[in-house]
Design a protein around this ligand. Structure first.
Ligand code: NAP
Length: 274
């Protein structure tokens, strides 16, 4: 099927998430507000934030001020590590809702699999879900070991696992594992924060398709059924990052990009968490 800016991925509970959204880490104050306004104007319909990003207030305000109805925007936020545990998570969720000025979120995630707390945190997310305050719930930075542990304890399979993912961190085993459990994979740092734009394979593939390195990286993820959330505070980049539906990476391109794995991480490795 031909992908477009309006394409969604159906989660295991039937809720649909746009295949591309705006990441908002390191966007603060006016910049966070402005980026969300631009993104919604340009056609983005999914915004990823977290209490840890300290911008829920600005994100919520921009969503309210934009010309898009609440139901058309998919809003994700996350519970931070120091708020984990059953009661604390419930309280943190209410605080996030208040900051965002929303009555529900579309997706609520456990930001990191904090040892000893993550399973109680998950129970709180189940309650939030059953109460109808989050249309979907999920996890972030969970490895196969963390997911296995959770699946043995719960009857609610997380709808999404948000993890670092790029050709340079091609987590094929995790991808196939999540797909086999019907957990959608959402990729963060899909652009490697720009640190691999100069890779020769990325550059030649970009030249071949008359696209930018960022566009090649994003298209690669989408063709692996990964939901992508590139961050940008720059209007031209925001445009660039959704102008990826007028070309297709062919089999040879995909094979070349699939070979770029070097276990390169921008963010801490969650395998280190017990
Ligand atoms: P990223 O999206 O890989 O890279 C963002 C960087 O790339 C920014 O410096 C941005 O600069 C630049 N950029 C964006 N578009 C570009 C383009 N078309 N051409 C050139 N440069 C471009 O990194 P990220 O922000 O770390 O990851 C994306 C999102 O994932 C985050 O914002 C956050 O929402 C989420 N995330 C989640 C976790 C987690 O633990 N769950 C961890 C990290 C990130 P400009 O702003 O100047 O465009």
């Amino acid at each position: 099927m031909k992908l477009s800016i309006d394409s969604n991925l159906k989660l295991n509970n039937g809720v649909e998430i746009p295949i591309i959204g705006l990441g908002t880490w390191a966007l603060y104050g006016k910049e966070a507000h402005q980026s969300v306004i631009w993104a919604l104007d340009l056609g983005y319909r999914s915004i990823d934030t977290a209490s840890f990003y300290n911008n829920e207030l600005q994100v919520g305000r921009a969503i309210k001020e934009g010309n898009i109805s609440r139901e058309e925007v998919f809003v994700t936020t996350k519970v931070w590590n120091s708020d984990q545990g059953y009661e604390r998570t419930l309280a943190a969720f209410e605080k996030s809702l208040k900051n965002l000025s929303l009555t529900y979120v579309d997706l609520y995630l456990i930001h990191w699999p904090v040892s000893d707390l993550r399973n109680d945190t998950w129970k709180a997310l189940e309650k939030i879900y059953l109460d109808g305050k989050a249309r979907a719930i999920g996890i972030s930075n969970f490895t196969i070991r963390h997911i296995d542990e959770l699946l043995n304890l719960t009857e609610t399979t997380p709808m999404i696992n948000q993890v670092e993912f790029s050709p340079f961190l091609f987590q094929k085993e995790l991808m196939e594992y999540c797909q086999s459990k019907n957990i959608a994979l959402e990729g963060y740092c899909p652009l490697t924060r720009g640190r691999r734009f100069n890779n020769p394979i990325i550059k030649t593939t970009a030249q071949k398709h008359d696209k930018s390195p960022a566009q090649i990286l994003l298209r690669w993820g989408l063709q692996h059924d990964i939901v992508e959330i590139p961050k940008s505070g720059n209007k031209e980049h925001l445009k660039d990052n959704i102008s990826i539906f007028d070309f297709v990476l062919d089999k040879e391109d995909m094979e070349n990009l699939d070979k770029l794995n070097e276990d390169f991480r921008v963010v801490e490795d969650p395998h280190l968490i017990e």
